[in-house]
Design a protein around this ligand. Sequence first.
Ligand code: ZN
Length: 246
Amino acid sequence: MKSLVGCLSTIWWLVLLLFYPVKPTYSESQAIDLSKYHHYEDVEALFKKLESEYPTLARLGSIGQSTKGRELYYLQISDNVSAIEEGEPMFKYVANIHGNEAVGRQLVIFLAQYLLKNYHSNTRVKTLVDSTNIFLMPSANPDGFENSRLGIKSKGNDDTCEGILGRQNANSVDLNRNFPDQFRQTSNFGIQKETQALMDWIESNPFVLSANLHGGSVVASYPFDDSKGHKLTDVYSKSPDDAMFR
Ligand SMILES: [Zn+2]
């Protein structure tokens, strides 16, 4: 079954519902650039710009560096962002741990801009930002993303999205399966820098709700939902709230 972070990923779309109960209107989203995938330098520049434009609401941080030395950036968004406010729950999105799964990466970048640009005009956004300590990490695998290619295909000329170039980190390790597992041995390559940084971040901060965004299929996994005899693939595992998701 999946690693811890992989499991956390699975409630991503449920949490999306919390953040996106209403489709943004054109006027709300028009100032947000959705025209391209953001490369590492684009994210860095954008988050620095947002931090300088919204100094009380946004703060750029990094939990460490990737194998190739790229920062593992996050943008923290909250009212009084430089202070720890008692009673404000910590929430986080982590995306793009599979470097070629880029939709989550873009959604997180979009969400950061949406929350900040609409803080003063949208009551629901203001309530979320005022009452929550939000951490948005567009990429847990920036080396993998930079290694991926737009439109790459797995075989021949079929129009699938099954190519895996950029899925792994610079050491060719699948970071999503690199966390300690209660039943299966972690890869022979050892815990990677990106994985260790995520584990340290998770263990040193009391996040109360998190999701890890993937791309490629409609799946919601939960933490600790594995079992000793569980097949890795081709099995439908019902959650207690399966009916609600249908
Ligand atoms: Zn994935």
